[in-house]
Design a protein around this ligand. Structure first.
Ligand code: GDP
Length: 412
């Protein structure tokens, strides 16, 4: 009996100690299982980019139960981590609103880059003159060859025979009068003479407040009329004018299409007629459109075909008459001349001037020619002010004509 009692006591003791061990083990495990449950709330709110890396680093050597807990916890983690990603639509909202912003943007004129400098674009003309300049400077004094060199330089730069003769006569007189005897001083005196012959006050583009101003652009095909209208449109729109463009060269669909592209960049209305239609009525409609929408500037492209010259001049006269009708007024008739054609451009210029009364010249493509001297011939032979100069094909490459900068760039 005593043996039975002893065995029973031992059994109770053994069972009790097993129970204690099991409880202790469970207690030891619990803290290890807790972190996965807390993880979703422990890190600070992740940024948008965080979710892919927000997954916590796996706990090293987890117990089988932990692995299971981890696997189970993952979806929770993903679910809880998801909300920071969910606000994406909110972040994307401005993108949704973009089309509304884009609309006014499309009507805004393009912002022009800084204009080019004469010095940077007159390389060809400068290179031509440089040869003569160094020949003049290489002599100890002013000799007969010095005058020959200067004459040849000016003629080759397309200043023209008459204008060159007038410039050099003046320079000889000055050299004598002022006792100039060094080549360097003579060149300085020449530059001063050239600047002096280009000095005039009326280079601004005329604009009258109130009624729509019409600026007519005339010139033969290919000189750069349409491109110039686009560039002028951007400049003037940037200065606060509301521009309407008139595609009055109705014989060339390509010209109207080219102008359409510029009108879009400028944020201007474009009025164009039927192919072969009456250019006068295109200008008339453009003026009406300008008056109706309170636009103050109409830029009118015109035809430049040379093969029917008489008709062309008559057509241009009519366009001008139409454009003069109240409420509009023609404040500029700008003759566009291609500098690369040199002296030939002067003959065209006279014809246009007689027909439509040119008020100023836009000299294009000065960047691509050594014949920069044509600017001097235009002003002295035609007595017309050069108002603008094209120094390249981009929108910003149209600049005011600055005689001093121009002359310095030729001799720099
Ligand atoms: P339009 O027939 O008189 O209307 O002449 P366009 O405007 O179509 O121009 C004829 C070509 O001359 C085009 O390729 C223009 O990009 C180019 N052009 C116009 N102005 C300039 C300029 O100042 N410099 C250069 N390098 N090219 C120009």
């Amino acid at each position: 009996m005593a043996i039975v009692i002893v065995v029973a006591v031992l059994a109770v003791v053994v069972l009790a100690s097993f129970g204690a061990v099991a409880v202790t083990r469970r207690r030891q495990r619990r803290p290890q299982l807790e972190p996965p449950a807390r993880r979703p709330v422990s890190p600070p709110a992740p940024r948008r980019a965080a979710p892919p890396v927000a997954r916590p680093a796996p706990t090293p050597a987890p117990a089988p139960e932990e692995t299971l807990a981890e696997a189970k916890a993952e979806p929770e983690v993903a679910e809880r981590e998801a909300p920071p990603v969910a606000p994406e639509p909110e972040v994307a909202e401005p993108e949704v609103a973009e089309p509304e912003v884009a609309e006014p943007e499309a009507a805004e004129p393009e912002v022009l880059e800084a204009p080019p400098r004469f010095r940077d674009r007159l390389g060809k003309a400068r290179t031509l003159l440089a040869t003569y300049v160094s020949a003049v400077l290489s002599r100890p004094g002013i000799e007969a060859e010095t005058w020959d060199d200067l004459e040849e330089a000016l003629i080759r730069a397309d200043v023209g025979v008459a204008t060159t003769a007038a410039i050099l006569d003046d320079l000889r007189g000055k050299a004598k009068e002022e006792g100039i005897n060094s080549p360097a001083d003579l060149l300085e005196a020449l530059k001063a003479d050239l600047k002096g012959s280009l000095a005039r006050a009326d280079r601004g583009l005329a604009f009258e407040e109130g009624a729509p101003n019409v600026w007519l652009f005339v010139g033969v095909n290919g000189v750069g009329k349409t491109t110039t209208i686009g560039k002028v449109g951007l400049r003037e729109a940037g200065r606060g004018h509301t521009v309407v463009m008139a595609a009055a060269d109705t014989f060339r669909a390509a010209a109207a299409e080219q102008l359409q592209l510029w009108a879009q960049r400028v944020g201007a209305d474009l009025v164009r007629g039927a192919e072969g239609g009456d250019p006068g009525s295109v200008v008339f409609d453009a003026v009406e459109r300008a008056a109706a929408r309170g636009a103050d500037l109409v830029l009118a492209d015109t035809a430049g075909r040379l093969h029917t010259k008489v008709n062309l001049m008559e057509e241009l006269k009519k366009v001008r008459r139409v454009a003069e009708r109240p409420p509009a007024r023609v404040t500029e008739v700008l003759l566009v001349l291609d500098a690369t054609t040199g002296q030939n451009g002067l003959i065209q210029a006279r014809e246009f001037t007689e027909a439509v009364g040119v008020t100023g010249v836009v000299l294009t493509k000065l960047d691509g020619t050594a014949k920069g001297g044509i600017a001097l011939a235009v002003e002295s032979d035609l007595d017309l002010p050069i108002k603008l100069v094209g120094l390249g094909e981009s929108a910003a490459d149209l600049v005011d004509f600055e005689p001093d900068e121009f002359v310095e760039a030729l001799f720099a």
